[in-house]
Design a protein around this ligand. Structure first.
Ligand code: GLA
Length: 408
């Protein structure tokens, strides 16, 4: 049957009353972990590149390092497979199978290994006929595949949106959420649904997305560069469709992986990404090589003060409140009650730190007469200030100042 005719038939079987929510109790704070794609891509050459190919060995190694190198202790928990783990066809029972040469023990064994480390395993699929890299997708097989993932002990699914018309997404993404629920295994659900609508004529229906998904990619893939990072920050700052308001416990906007520890960002630019992912309440999924990482990158990724802002239990996503040439300011309400985190980002390349004067009230911070301001990365005290005091902040070229203001 033609794809469109078949999907029409399938959609007409989905009753409009089936609006039960994902409601799986997961992702009360943004998920933290590691995801293969940005750094390891679709390297399937285990013969010539055995240490870097997409294989069970890679995921075991990264799981081991999350534990051994202290990442687990600060909250990184998920070890996530991305594209290119599958065989090119389903088995005789129509089930998905991992490539047997690269995953000789199978995904169920890999999940046991990861669970024994006290971690969780994530997997990747695509709502369409094929994944973005051309492996079998899940269209028309949702219950079978959800059950396969549950039987394997999978804890998270990233569902991509290649090779399927975007008009089907409002039906297909919620339906896969229901299929995951029907397995009775709690599986965190990451949807790429709005990313495929970005830049198009229609804004995504964020309310429906937030009801069906624990996290969702809104925008383009991150690449290993400052330009890519800036493009993402600007997209989230523009907040078209007001998607920031749909973030909260159980539901998060996902600006894609952390590229800290890779090739493309300077030290200051890596701090920008960490601070901005914290202010945006973004999932912290590292796309790097934990075997080869500079100590200063590791320190940024493991900074407990910044992670605490990211994981703030209120789960309010920050917003850009000032945009002025190269400078932008973002704020986010955090605990204790009445407090705020803020970031001042400098895109400028004028080779000396920018000295920037702001009152707390300029940054949208009000409600109390005075606040204790601290710098978040190192916890140093800036001072106690009223909302109308002018405070000078020094921000490095392509760098960030991250602050916290607590009512006194
Ligand atoms: C898309 C996604 C990426 C990655 C690749 C895999 O581009 O947005 O994050 O999953 O597919 O092919």
């Amino acid at each position: 049957m033609h794809l469109y005719a078949a999907t029409f038939l399938w959609i007409s079987c989905l009753l409009p009353s089936q609006v039960d929510l994902l409601n799986n109790g997961l992702a009360r704070t943004p998920p933290m972990g590691w995801l293969a794609w940005e750094r390891f891509r679709c390297d399937i050459d285990c013969k010539d590149d055995p240490d870097n190919c997409i294989s069970e060995k890679l995921f075991r190694t990264m799981g081991d390092l999350l534990v051994k190198e202290g990442y687990k202790d600060v909250g990184y928990e998920y070890v996530n497979i991305d594209d290119c783990w599958l065989t090119h066809s389903r088995n005789a029972k129509n089930q998905l199978e991992a490539d047997p040469t690269r995953f000789p023990s199978g995904i169920k064994n890999l999940s046991s290994y990861i669970h024994n480390l006290g971690l969780k395993l994530g997997i990747y699929e695509d709502f369409g006929t094929k994944t973005c890299a051309g492996y079998p997708g899940i269209l028309f097989q949702m219950d079978t595949d959800a059950q396969t993932f549950a039987d394997w002990g999978v804890d998270m699914l990233k569902l991509d949106g290649c090779n399927v018309p975007t008009e089907l997404m409002p039906y297909g993404y919620p339906e896969m959420g229901r299929a995951l629920n029907r397995t009775n295994r709690p599986i965190m659900y990451s949807c790429s649904w709005p990313a495929y609508l970005a830049g198009g004529p229609k804004l995504p229906d964020y309310q429906a997305i937030a009801q069906s998904c624990n996290l969702w990619r809104n925008y383009d893939d991150i690449q290993d560069s400052w330009d890519s990072l800036k493009g993402i920050i600007d997209f989230y700052g523009d907040d078209k469709g007001n998607f920031s308001m749909f973030a909260g416990p159980g539901a998060w906007n996902d600006p894609d992986m952390l590229i800290i520890g890779n090739y493309g960002l300077s030290y200051d630019q890596q701090r920008v990404q960490m601070a901005m992912w914290a202010i945006m309440a973004s999932p912290l999924l590292m796309g790097n090589d934990l075997r080869h990482i500079a100590p200063e990158s590791k320190a940024i990724l493991q900074n407990k003060n910044v992670i605490a802002i990211n994981q703030d239990p209120m789960g309010k996503m920050g917003k850009r409140v000032i945009k002025n040439n190269d400078i932008q300011v973002w704020t986010r309400p955090v605990m204790p009650t009445g407090s705020y985190a803020f970031t001042i980002v400098n895109y400028g390349v004028y080779g000396t730190p920018a000295k920037l004067n702001y009152k707390l009230s300029d940054m949208g911070i009000s409600g109390s007469k005075s606040y204790l301001i601290t710098e978040v990365f190192d916890g140093s005290k800036i001072g106690v200030h009223t909302t109308s005091d002018v405070v000078t902040y020094s921000v490095n070229p392509t760098g960030v100042f991250m602050g916290k203001a607590v009512p006194q």
